[in-house]
Write a protein that binds this ligand. Structure first.
Ligand code: FES
Ligand code: FES
Length: 158
């Protein structure tokens, strides 16, 4: 069954028809060709598919596309401001928080949401904020360092 949905993705309004059984992840990747959001496990375990749903991080593999009707979605493609990377993106590069990069879009979205709520999180708060995002490469230390640094950049208006 098909449904028309109206929603906003990265500040742009879309009216599209989606299959009622397609996940938001599938709608974003296959219909809008926003392939920054990754499909790791398809079952809510890895966090690679994390996007912001009305500002809150969700696993887009667990949300149906039709549920996005009337809502505001932000993907990793929407984090940067034009040519300028978001602080969390820049810090992740500068502090080596990314290796193979597969988890990185999801980590960025969860970290961005955390920093919106808590601009100067403790290391424990950072680890708790990223608890749903699995990384098989970095050991997390550099990711935590990068999120802490991103908070510092944001507080200082950089
Ligand atoms: S792909 Fe959604 S949590 Fe793994
Ligand atoms: S950088 Fe490879 S999974 Fe995180």
């Amino acid at each position: 069954m098909k449904n028309e949905i109206d929603f906003s993705v990265n500040g742009e309004a879309y009216a599209i028809v989606v299959e009622s059984h397609h996940t938001l992840l599938r709608v974003l990747r296959e219909q809008l060709v926003l392939t920054g959001t990754k499909n790791g496990c398809s079952e809510g375990e890895c966090g690679a598919c994390t996007v912001l749903f009305d500002g809150e991080p969700v696993n887009s593999c667990l949300v149906l596309g039709v549920e996005a009707d009337g809502h505001e979605i932000t993907t990793v493609e929407g984090l940067a401001l034009g040519e300028k990377l978001a602080p969390v993106q820049q810090a992740m590069i500068d502090l080596g928080g990314t290796q193979c990069g597969f988890c990185t879009p999801g980590v960025l979205m969860a970290a961005h949401a955390l920093l919106q709520r808590t601009p100067t999180p403790s290391d424990r708060e950072i680890r708790e904020g990223l608890v749903g995002n699995l990384c098989r490469c970095t050991g997390y230390t550099r990711i935590v360092d990068a999120v802490r640094e991103a908070g510092r950049l944001m507080v200082n208006g950089q």
